[in-house]
Design a protein around this ligand. Structure first.
Ligand SMILES: Nc1ncnc2c1ncn2[C@@H]1O[C@H](COP(=O)(O)OP(=O)(O)OP(=O)(O)O)[C@@H](O)[C@H]1O
Ligand SMILES: [Mg+2]
Length: 273
């Protein structure tokens, strides 16, 4: 009994840490948005200035030697390309930040039209980078297969992203765990796909990690069931994920798993536009 209380206390602390981490990242995201906007706006302005500069050079072309003119044109072309890279990557950073803000701010249980492929992609890579932050030299190949031109779907974005993140975190952990056995020729792989067919949206995440024993399969969705060391897992991930998919979205979650082979999780939701 005492031991159980001790374990629960530790898990509660972990949950509190996660909650404050969420608030912290929302705060940071918000603060970064402003300077990032400056970076993007000044890059756009500089791009315009380069256009003006090009015009001046053109008008005065006869006053420059051929060599000088060519060199100048090359430099201007490079600068333009650099500017557009700054804008492109700055905008990418902004969209990641929006994603974080949406997750931490989003209202409870609110269905919104969402580009599901984009959402899945964002959280797949968020999970991957979190993994890489802990294990610097660990390489996973992630194969992504997203249906093209999928129209926005009505889902609860902050919940669906949580579900994708939970399953991805487990997949990353499972392949990492298997890689620790130093099995010869093992290549950690995760396959992600998002498809629609017959009015249903299917999100599949497959890993070739350690897989699950019958015992683990039977308790997978139990609250606080975890095989991870204390501090690494709370055992709530899949319970929360099932609640999100089945109760909140009225969908279904399936899995297939074989020990030492891998695991596949599938979310099946009715398409709502
Ligand atoms: N892809 C997977 N491959 C192998 N085992 C898995 C996989 N997904 C889940 N499991 C098993 O199911 C258990 C429960 O998963 P769940 O996500 O609920 O909790 P957790 O990952 O241990 O902790 P957390 O609450 O941090 O997610 C895991 O501890 C693990 O044993
Ligand atoms: Mg988990």
């Amino acid at each position: 009994m005492e031991q159980q209380i001790e374990t629960l206390k530790k898990q509660l602390k972990q949950q509190e840490k996660l909650a404050s981490l969420g608030m912290l990242s929302a705060g940071i995201a918000h603060e970064i948005q402003n300077p990032l906007n400056f970076v993007i706006n000044f890059s756009k302005m500089s791009d315009k200035l380069l256009k003006d500069l090009t015009e001046i050079v053109e008008v005065n072309a006869d006053k420059l030697s051929v060599d000088d003119r060519e060199e100048m044109e090359d430099i201007v072309a490079d600068l333009k390309e650099n500017m557009s890279k700054i804008v492109e990557h700055g905008e990418r950073a902004i969209s990641i930040i929006r994603g974080i803000l949406l997750v931490s701010r989003g209202k409870d249980n609110e269905f919104l039209p969402v580009d599901v492929c984009k959402l899945v992609k964002e959280y797949v890579w968020l999970s991957y980078h979190a993994m890489r932050a802990n294990h610097k030299n660990f390489n996973i190949s992630i194969h992504e297969d997203y249906e093209e031109g999928m129209p926005p779907m009505m889902v609860i974005p902050q919940d669906l992203s949580r579900a994708v993140l939970n399953v991805m975190n487990n997949a990353n952990y499972a392949v990492w765990k298997r890689s620790q056995t130093n099995e010869e020729g093992y290549q950690p792989e995760i396959d992600v796909s998002v498809k629609t067919a017959n009015g249903q949206l299917t999100i599949t995440i497959h890993d070739n990690g350690i897989g699950m024993s019958e015992e683990v399969k039977n308790h997978l969705y139990d609250n606080f069931f975890t095989t991870k060391p204390i501090g690494e897992g709370t055992g709530l991930g899949m319970a929360i994920t099932r609640d999100i998919i089945e109760n909140k979205h009225g969908g279904r979650i399936d899995f297939e798993s074989e020990e030492s082979m891998g695991t596949t999780f599938t979310f099946i939701l009715d398409v709502r536009h």
